[in-house]
Design a protein around this ligand. Structure first.
Ligand code: NAP
Length: 242
C-alpha cells in the first residue's frame, strides 16, 4: 500500500533529495516551497517523471503562519492522510548581533519553530497511526558557531521540540526524530565565500561537505525504523574531530 509524506522545503537541496528518495521507494509526496516558482516547477517535472501521479506541489512559505491553512486545505481537498511529515524548511538571518531587527528575529522563529508546531497541531487528525515526524535540525544547534544568532537558537529549539513532542504523539504511535546535518553542499552553502568553505573543510575529518543524497539514508532510517524515537541523529563528517 502506498504511503504519503509531506516534505517542507523540498524543491532544492536536502528536501529535494529526501523527496526523490521517497518517490523512488514508492511514496506519494506533498512537496512545499516558498518563493522560487521557476525552480519548483522544474523540480516538480523531475519528480513527476520519477513517479507519475504521486507528486503534489504546494507553495507554502513557512515564515507566514497563514500557509498552515494552505497545506491543511490541500490535504483536505485531495483527501490525503499522511504517514510521514518531514519538517525541513528553514530560514536564517545573518545580521550581526547589534543589527538584528525584531521582525527578522520573529520571521526566523516563525519559519523554524512556530510553523512546524502549529502545522503538526492542525494536521494531527490527518496523520496516520505508526507514522513519523522528522525535523531537520542542525549541527549549529549543538555547537553555537552559527553566524546567525536566530538560526542557532531556533535550531536548538528544534532539537528540544523533537524530544518534547514525543509524548504528545505516543497515542497514535507516531515517532518524532531529527537529523542534525553538519555542512551539506546545497545552495545554502554553495553561496558562501571560498575562504569560509575552506575553513570549514579544514575542520572536517571527512575532508569534504556532505552531499544531500548521502544524507537521505539518515532520513529513511528515521522514517522507516519503528524503534527510532526521540533521537537527533548528527551527520557531520566528524566536524571538530580533526
Ligand atoms: N545545507 C546545510 O549545510 C545545512 C546544514 C544544517 C541544516 N540545514 C537545514 O536544512 C534545511 C534545508 O536546507 P538546504 O541546505 O537544503 O537549503 P536549500 O538548498 O537552500 O533549499 C531550501 C528549500 O527550502 C525551501 N524554503 C526555504 N525557505 C522556506 C520557507 N520559509 N518556507 C518553505 N520553504 C522554504 C526552498 O524553497 P524556495 O526555493 O522557494 O525558497 C527550497 O525548496 C534547512 O532547515 C537548513 O537549516 C542545512
Amino acid at each position: 500500500m502506498s504511503r504519503t509524506a509531506i516534505v517542507t522545503g523540498a524543491t532544492k537541496g536536502i528536501g529535494k533529495a529526501v523527496c526523490t528518495r521517497l518517490l523512488l521507494e514508492g511514496w506519494e509526496v506533498v512537496v512545499t516551497y516558498a518563493t522560487d516558482t521557476e525552480t519548483a516547477t522544474v523540480a516538480y517535472e523531475e519528480f513527476c517523471k520519477l513517479a507519475p501521479g504521486k507528486v503534489h506541489l504546494v507553495q507554502a512559505d513557512s515564515s507566514d503562519l497563514k500557509h498552515i491553512d494552505t497545506i491543511s486545505d490541500y490535504l483536505e481537498a485531495h483527501d490525503l492522510t499522511v504517514d510521514a511529515v518531514i519538517l525541513n524548511a528553514g530560514m536564517t538571518d545573518r545580521s550581526d548581533f547589534l543589527s538584528i531587527k525584531p521582525e527578522n528575529w520573529q520571521k526566523v522563529f516563525t519559519a523554524n519553530v512556530h510553523f512546524p508546531v502549529f502545522l503538526l497541531q492542525r494536521i494531527y487528525p490527518r496523520m496516520n497511526e505508526k507514522g513519523s515526524v522528522t525535523f531537520t535540525g542542525s549541527l549549529m544547534a549543538i555547537h553555537p558557531h552559527s553566524v546567525s544568532l536566530a538560526y542557532g537558537v531556533t535550531k536548538s529549539a528544534v532539537h528540544a521540540l523533537v524530544t518534547n513532542l514525543v509524548k504528545f504523539f505516543t497515542e497514535k504511535q507516531i515517532r518524532v526524530n531529527g537529523v542534525a546535518p553538519g555542512f551539506v553542499d546545497t545552495e545554502w552553502q554553495k553561496n558562501k565565500p571560498a575562504d569560509i568553505r575552506q575553513n570549514i573543510t579544514n575542520k572536517l575529518a571527512s575532508g569534504r561537505f556532505c552531499t544531500p543524497e548521502e544524507l537521505t539514508d539518515v532520513y529513511m532510517l528515521l522514517i522507516n525504523n519503528q524503534y527510532m524515537n526521540g533521537e537527533i541523529v548528527v551527520c557531520d563528517g566528524a566536524y571538530s574531530y580533526k
